[in-house]
Write a protein that binds this ligand. Structure first.
Ligand code: ADP
Length: 590
């Protein structure tokens, strides 16, 4: 399309050389198409520095679509205003206006006698020029100028159409990728799985070779990316340097020199910040694209020294090919890519918020369910007490009457024992559910007297004075005195109860204070607990098979665990079947 347009224009105006010149973002230009006389060397692919066409000149090209300098050697005539105080005439739209002497000099330096240009406009901006040179003066008449202008306009709209089409295609590709990702985000529970483990990943949301998801302290890499160590350092740099939510560069090593060592995979970087506080990002990488730019003359030297040594603005006079190799840069991030990354960011943050909300809701529900369960078990156990005591009282009346047959008497006795057992269990459940509601009242607790009292009472209760009990250090604990009493009552009572069958029960109670906590250890040489059941001993109503013949309700250790949890402490157990058990409770200071 460009070549054709150059040829058409050359045919109409019959100039020696017709070039299509395209401006880059930084203002420099490149010859992208050319139609020329055979005897002339080609300028195709040459680059011209931005300073060759000053900004004002560029602005004018947007207003006047054609510009003819029929003869660079013609002498311009001055236009005089009638009176001194009158504004100078605005010649912006004039076709016959003289051009800047610097530009004339520039053309002369090139050996050009006539120059004609046609603006190429894309979305109201100067996309490029059809620049025409003739090496002898040649005037172009109005009709030919208008025809060339028409070609320029057709080319401009064709460019616009093509570019829009390309952008549209890119937009569509990225859009469908982001649509797909957002579906995964809403469907799959984990954000990482949704973004990195499916057919479509974050890598498809832009045109990058590598992508990294930094989320919940994980770094997930896709495609070609820097290695873990390099990424970790890069993330630290991102976190400490960049403020906003979005960044991109096609020359990473210019802002973060350390990245030079992996510029082959990461010259281009786009960063989408998901959460700065949590250090969570999506990163995309573009590889280095080594470019060889052929400049028409050294672009670094647009300013030259005057004969008297003064610096002056002067057009270049060397157009010798000057080659520059540009490294460390990638292809630019397009607007479509930036928009796509921004949209993806919205989708991800939406999903994260949704999930956080869902978890919060679940937590709330769980809390309510727990409270309801506590209330429920409290009410049930409470209400059971009345009918139970009725059963017991009437059984006792019947039993005391003494006129029951021996078999019936036996049954009645068992009813009374059963009712008593049930009463104990109800009281324990009540105690357990009451714990759920009560707040802890922390104070410093001196442990030795508590332990002594407990042992005295328990030995009487179990009617086993011959248990050998060793008491070691008993450091103070900070906790709720009533609850801590319950903890030790349960643990010591279990130790006695489950060691009696051993025949020579031995129990030791030993506390140890460290800088941060106090650990109490209660050991016995009793029946022990099968290792496979160890994790279950703290669950409500869980009793081990080997404890069947020993009285108990399976509530005590659940109460202990609940109390320890309330104190933000720890409890664990070590045990060997038929050898004995050791229960540990740890209370943290402060
Ligand atoms: P209970 O003793 O009333 O059955 P707990 O909740 O105190 O209920 O204990 C739960 C279960 O853990 C007991 O039934 C028993 O099987 C086991 N257990 C607890 N302490 C010991 C211990 N010191 N030695 C052996 N088994 C124990």
């Amino acid at each position: 399309m460009l070549d054709n347009s150059a040829r058409q224009v050359k045919q109409i105006i019959n100039y020696d050389r017709v070039m299509i010149y395209r401006f880059a973002e930084d203002g420099h230009g490149e010859v992208v198409a050319e139609a020329k006389n055979d005897n002339l060397g080609s300028w195709l692919g040459l680059h011209y520095p931005a300073s060759d066409i000053p900004k004002q000149a560029r602005e004018l090209y947007k207003h006047n679509f054609t510009r003819l300098i029929a003869d660079v050697h013609s002498i311009p005539a001055k236009i005089l205003t009638a009176a001194d105080n009158e504004q100078p005439l605005d010649l912006t739209p004039s076709q016959l206006r003289a051009v800047s002497p610097i530009h004339i000099q520039y053309l002369k330096n090139m050996g050009v006698s006539s120059s004609f240009s046609i603006s190429l406009i894309y979305k109201k901006e100067l996309w490029g020029l059809i620049a025409c040179h003739n090496y002898s003066p040649r005037f172009i008449d109005f009709k030919a100028r208008e025809s060339s202008k028409l070609i320029g306009q057709i080319l401009s709209s064709a460019l616009e159409f093509r570019q829009d089409e390309e952008n549209h295609q890119q937009t569509q590709t990225f859009k469908s990728a982001v649509d797909q990702l957002s579906k995964y985000l809403l469907k799959t529970f984990s954000i990482e799985d949704a973004l990195t483990k499916q057919d479509v990943t974050i890598l498809n949301a832009v045109d990058a070779e590598g992508a990294v998801l930094v989320y919940e302290n994980n770094i997930i890499k896709l495609g070609s990316t820097p290695n873990d160590e390099q990424l970790e350092k890069l993330i630290v740099w991102i976190n400490s340097t960049l403020g906003a939510t979005f960044h991109y560069t096609n020359h990473l090593s210019s802002v973060y020199p350390e990245s030079a060592e992996y510029q082959d995979v990461a010259s281009g970087l786009m960063i989408s910040v998901l959460s700065r506080e949590m250090n969570e990002y999506v990163l995309w990488f573009k590889p280095e694209r080594i470019q060889t730019i052929k400049w028409a003359g050294n672009p670094e030297k647009p300013v030259e020294l005057n004969t008297n040594g003064m610096m002056m603005i002067s057009p270049r006079n060397s157009f010798e090919e000057w080659i520059e190799t540009v490294s460390g840069t990638s292809v630019n991030w397009s607007n479509e890519e930036i928009k796509s990354a921004a949209r993806l960011r919205e989708e991800i943050t939406y999903a994260i918020n949704q999930k956080a909300g869902a978890i919060r809701q679940l937590n709330e529900k769980l809390k309510l369910a727990y409270e309801e369960l506590d209330t429920f078990s409290f009410t049930i156990s409470h209400d059971l007490k009345n009918p139970l005591s009725t059963i017991k009282s009437y059984s006792q009346i019947l039993s005391r009457n003494g006129n029951l047959e021996p078999k019936a008497q036996q049954i009645m006795d068992r009813i009374i024992v059963g009712a008593d057992k049930m009463n104990v269990m109800i009281n324990e459940v009540l105690g357990y559910s009451r714990l759920g509601r009560s707040e802890i009242q922390v104070s410093k607790i001196e442990m030795r007297p508590i332990i002594d009292d407990l042992i005295r009472d328990l030995l009487i209760a179990y009617n086993s004075p011959d248990v050998k009990i060793t008491i070691g250090d008993t450091p103070d604990i900070y906790g709720d005195p009533v609850m801590i009493n319950q903890v030790f009552a349960n643990l010591i009572s279990n130790a006695i109860k489950y060691s009696i069958p051993s025949g020579h029960p031995e129990i030791s109670i030993q506390g140890e204070a460290t800088e941060t906590s106090v650990v109490y250890k209660i050991s016995d040489n009793g029946i022990g607990i099968d290792i496979q059941y160890l994790p279950k001993v703290f669950e409500l109503f869980n009793r081990m098979d080997n404890a069947r013949d020993i009285e108990g309700s399976g509530v005590g250790l659940s109460i202990v665990k609940r109390i320890i949890d309330k104190h933000k402490g720890k409890i664990w157990v070590d045990s060997k079947l038929n050898k004995g058990s050791t229960f540990y409770v740890e209370f943290f200071n402060g």
